[in-house]
Design a binder for this molecule. Sequence first.
Ligand code: GDP
Ligand code: MG
Length: 852
Amino acid sequence: MGKINVGQFAGELGLPVELLLEQLQSAGVSKQKDSDPISEQDKAKLLEHLRSAHGASKGKITVTRRETTAIKKADSSGRARTIQVEVRKKRTIAPMGQQAEAKVAPTAEEKPVAARTKQVLDEQERMAREEEARMAAELAARQAADLEAKQARSKRKAVTEAKPEPVAEEAKPAVVAAAAEAPEGTLHKPALKPGDKVARPSRKSKEAVAKDSPWDEAGHKKRPPSRSLDARAGAGLRTGGSLRAGRHDKHGKHETAQHAFSLPTEPIVQEVTIPETISVAELAQKMSIKAAEIIKTLMKMGSMVTINQVLDQETAMILVEEMGHKAVQAKPDDPDAFLLETAAHADAVLEPRAPVVTVMGHVDHGKTSLLDYIRRTRVASGEAGGITQHIGAYHVETPRGMITFLDTPGHEAFTAMRARGAQATDIVILVVAADDGVMPQTKEAIHHARAANVPLVVAVTKIDKPDANSEKVRQELVTEGVVPEDWGGDSMFVEVSAKTGQGIDSLLEGILLQAEVLELKAAKNTAAKGVVVEARLDKGKGAVATLLVQSGTLKRGDAVLVGSVSGRVRAMLDENGKPVSEAGPSIPVEVQGLSEVPVAGADFIVLADEKKAREIALFRQGKFRDVKLAKQQAAKLENMFEQIGEGEVRTLPLIIKADVQGSIEAIAGSLQKLSTDEVRVSLIHSGVGGITESDVNLALASKAIIIGFNSRADAAARRLAESSGVEIRYYNIIYAMVDEIKAALSGMLAPEKKESIIGMVEVRQVYHISKVGTVAGCYVTEGMVKRGSSVRVLRNSVVIHTGELDSLKRFKDDVKEVKSNFECGLSLRGYNELEVGDMLEVFEIVEVARAL
Ligand code: GDP
Ligand code: MG
């Protein structure tokens, strides 16, 4: 900064010499040629002139600069990464002022101005002053250091515009003064108070900027926010104000970008509270990271998840730790517990509600006809002859009240729903044809209704038929424990005909009477709860479900949780296909808007928000469902005594299926004898034949154990038993069975040997070979058959023989084993009665470690 001449100065400023001479001239500095020396005073004069000639807010240059920086930063997984950051800095500067500042700052003349500035600042910006000063000092220090190197470029720009800026000039002394107060050393370790958070990064960047070009920095001060300050005070105020404004201003611009990656120089370890389940999206939010990061990390951990997937606590905690944060286990909050809360909240007034009725009975006894007749004559159809649609339920109005019918007759559907926990039916209409009497399925229906503790109303149908014998029906029912009222019992008997309509009104009346006894009540003005009667996938409508509202009122637009499916009631139709906007207790409606098809028998509940519904649905779909199912699993003979020991469960519910009626009676007799004051064997259902799906459902609903006495479960029943955990125990000797049950009742059951079924073989051809015996051409349908296996011969799901394999061949060769979907030839030791169609159950006896 020594003595220079006009030419050099012009060169520094990047201006033509003539232009500079002209400006000097008008500033009153007389210079003729480029070799004339130019003093500091001359420069000051020029500045003074330019300042008065132009407004303070003028004289800006906009510079755009790109900067590519490589930043090293640890990502959320703790790995160091290099990020290429391109910063586009756009700033408006007024370098002339800065240039002047730099040159003129040391002059004595400016000092009072600086003092004044400071004073005003002190008064007006008390809160920010210290910060300001520090920053200013820092800036000044930087400027001083970098001035020489940078001024030339800046000056050039400034002079191009030739608009000197007085503000910066005045700022400089202020800055210097501040710098004196706050030594540079303190600048680099600003206190990290929360309030400072905003200021710090901006100061940092200011540092960077200042290093680069102080002029830019100063110029920045004159951006719009400073202008407002300019307007309200003199030059001094402007200086301080603009300084501050500059900072804020910057903060709003590119500064934020720098902020984002300059602040966390080391990974911030967060404490993340993990509830029992959490969705990926939620977890990401909690950790303040992108969901994609979580998905990526989980992928590395070997599991593929989606953003909406719900993670269990364990997984989520491992993930959080893996990502370098601290996972904290939240107190259990099973979303289902939330449902209980919601349910408990419903302390609304209870009002009488209509009974819900299911029709049961033997096949062809007239269930469908009865339902159809009632529906045809009683359902108020929208239009005459309008198409009534089957939605699985309908309700009828009678002079004495409303009745809702579940339109899927039979005990199978009834119990299947019960097995899923739904208790939809209040009253069972037991249909018995007057011309046929009590049949096997009549008995089953009675057992199923009884197991559900649902009262019966007997409809003796086909009373119009000439061979109708109502009296015989009554007698047969009495032996089943269903005693008519007029015989001193508690079951109502009504003779009806679906053909003539005879007795239908009395039947409806009888149902309402029975309902009165039951005192059925439900809240009406609460969020709806109920059960899925039927559900299907409709091509046009999507998932469609018939919901029976059991309490509260279901409204269109409600967010619902239906089993493990969620959604919003988009459209709601009644049984006539007419749109309705709400449905109260005992009213069935068909709804659209569910995410998936729910299962019949699933419960539904209206929740305040769809998100919660979705969350619980996902939770139920997830693996927790299995855990939960496992927990509330069906009864097991081995641990029966544990429950009995608790004093609550004092009965052992059994379902017995046997090959012949005689066996059932013998078994039932022996088991009854086992009952003591403390424990009781309760025979829920017994019957001749194979074990069916309906039996398994009944066992599930009643927490019963199934005993197959020379009787086996069919494929569907076996599958259901396996998936639901219902225990089926097979016996072929009564005393062996009685011993085991006895042991179970006294808590001593130790199944040390268990048989394991390894395969099923179907007999397709039978050859009787003299001297050899019967050889069967077979097909292995499931599992495998091994040489020397034990085999049970099943005919119509009933065991007719138990023995061992004698030989096992493939074509002509003896083989060790034959797997499923292969043919084989075999013979049984000492048994020659095999028939085509027989099934062979192949089993092995396995040693099982005692449970407990
Ligand atoms: P479901 O198997 O129990 O549903 O029995 P259906 O309702 O299908 O009836 C079986 C048969 O009995 C049909 O042929 C009906 O027409 C007939 N049926 C049903 N109810 C009556 C009735 O009250 N009187 C007469 N005469 N026939 C009936
Ligand atoms: Mg039918």
